[in-house]
Design a protein around this ligand. Structure first.
Ligand code: PHE
Length: 457
């Protein structure tokens, strides 16, 4: 086997993995989901899902990757030769295609909005949500303009991946992650010092459980997978570039901590601005691209704050897109012995092409508009976050319980750890809980779709 690429440092790996986790999920999706589902009540359930279901599966993926030194398909093939478990890896590669197609589109929007803010383009939107909404709609439904930005975003993703694990992914994570944290702290302080800004804290941290319903629980669970990049082998792939001296438990805790912290900080920064300007916290997905551009011009230094915010969103999206494309690239390197350059350029381009259809489904080209009555764009988002990722994660937990064995799993996990006392029954219990929770929620969804009568919800 060829010499496999490796991370240059322990911290480089942690930054790259948290770069994957921190993305549109944290800054775009989480705040509007919390806004629409009771604020703090949603946050509590989300945190529970992250700890109970997310943490064990992040660790599982790291361990599988490092043990086999292979990306998902090869990893499952090595640990369970001649079985169907390799299809968990195949499902992951498919999910990567699906997610990156729409992720690249929104990535393009972030780049466009960063430029728009820089050039003072938000000024007209000041306090005028109708105009901001109209302009956003006409931008995303334009057949050419968003495609241009999407191609630019995907080209940047490809350029980073071509440079390899250490020289591309790790190098850029080390630059962009600290920048993201720094900008977010600035924006949070800026938001909280606005009059009424601190109402955001109450909104996000003081739970009113009456606001919570079963469908927000389903949403929180799916989102836990999406935000931690779980269930499609991203963390297996990143884990496969590790040496055996890395402490995987503490690395996983770092990734979860950074991901959660950044989501909550983004929530605080955004809702502080929302409350300061008396806007509505539950304005949905348009919160970022419609509501915020009307608010920045109303605060001092608005051009700067607006540009910083969208630049932050762009960097977060880029480090995640990189990790998604890397799953596909690594598959073709490991399994088909392609060169990194060839795999990245060919599949980066194919995903971009699918993304173009996705962008056009926003109204630019009506023939591609709908599948099952929702836009192609929403369909891909729905398919991946609601089904592919949770199912992939559940199968990963089942794989450890039923095939690989908890003892062998623990043997690999404690390599690189100082404290080697892990109670196998506790580990087993954690995986059983995550598999059961996900299994129940997916069954509930399927029953809801088939009969219209979910068990809960
Ligand atoms: N975790 C990323 C986000 O929150 C999205 C992602 C999903 C990245 C799956 C990789 C794999 O935006």
């Amino acid at each position: 086997m060829k010499n496999r690429e490796q991370w240059g440092s322990k911290i480089g790996f942690i930054l790259a993995a948290s770069g994957s986790a921190v993305g549109l999920g944290n800054i775009w999706k989480y705040p509007h989901m919390a806004g629409e589902n009771g604020g703090a009540a949603f946050t509590v359930v989300y945190l529970l899902c992250i700890l109970l279901v997310g943490l064990p599966i992040v660790i599982a993926e790291f361990v599988i990757g490092r043990k086999t030194q292979l990306s998902p398909v090869g990893a499952f093939k090595t640990l369970a030769p001649n079985t169907n478990w390799k299809f968990v890896g195949v499902l992951g590669v498919c999910a990567a295609f699906v997610i990156l197609s729409f992720y690249g589109v929104v990535g393009g929007w972030t780049l466009r909005y960063a430029m728009l803010s820089l050039s003072g383009g938000f000024m007209d939107f000041s306090g005028n949500p109708e105009l901001a909404g109209q302009q956003f709609k006409s931008f995303i439904s334009n057949p050419i303009n968003p495609v241009f930005w999407q191609i630019a975003f995907m080209a940047l993703t490809i350029m980073v991946i071509i440079k390899g694990v250490k020289g591309g992914i790790e190098k850029w994570a080390k630059i962009m992650m600290p920048a993201i944290l720094f900008i977010l702290v600035l924006l949070m302080v800026r938001g909280l010092t606005l009059p009424n800004g601190s109402m955001a804290l109450e909104f996000l941290f003081k739970p009113k459980f009456g606001d919570l319903n079963a469908s927000s629980v389903v949403l929180a669970l799916g989102h836990a997978f999406f935000t931690l990049s779980l269930g499609m082998g991203t963390m297996i792939t990143y884990g496969s570039y590790l040496k055996r001296d890395q402490n995987l438990l503490s690395s996983a805790l770092w990734v979860i901590l950074l991901d959660t912290l950044i989501a909550i900080m983004a929530g605080v920064a955004i809702f502080a601005t929302v409350f300061a300007l008396g806007a509505n916290p539950d304005s949905g997905p348009g919160l970022i691209f419609v509501a915020l551009p009307t608010m920045f011009p109303q605060i001092a230094g608005g051009i700067l704050w607006g540009s910083l915010f969208f630049f932050l969103l762009f960097m977060a999206a880029l480090t995640s897109a990189i990790s998604i494309l890397e799953v596909i690239t690594a598959y073709f390197i490991d399994e088909k012995e392609w060169s990194r350059e060839k795999a990245t350029v060919i599949f980066g381009s194919i995903v971009t092409l699918v993304g173009i259809f996705c962008s056009m489904s926003m109204g630019g080209f009506n023939d591609f508009n709908t599948i099952f009555n929702i836009s192609f764009f929403d369909f891909l988002d729905y398919l991946s976050s609601k089904y592919m990722l949770p199912i992939g994660g559940m199968l990963t937990a089942l794989f450890i319980l039923l095939k690989w064995g908890v003892n062998d799993f623990i043997k690999e996990l404690i390599t690189g750890m100082k404290n080697k006392n892990l109670e196998p029954n506790l580990v087993k219990a954690l995986f059983i809980i995550s598999a059961l929770v996900v299994g129940f929620i997916i069954t509930n969804e399927v029953i809801a779709i088939l009969t219209g009568n979910p068990i809960i919800g």
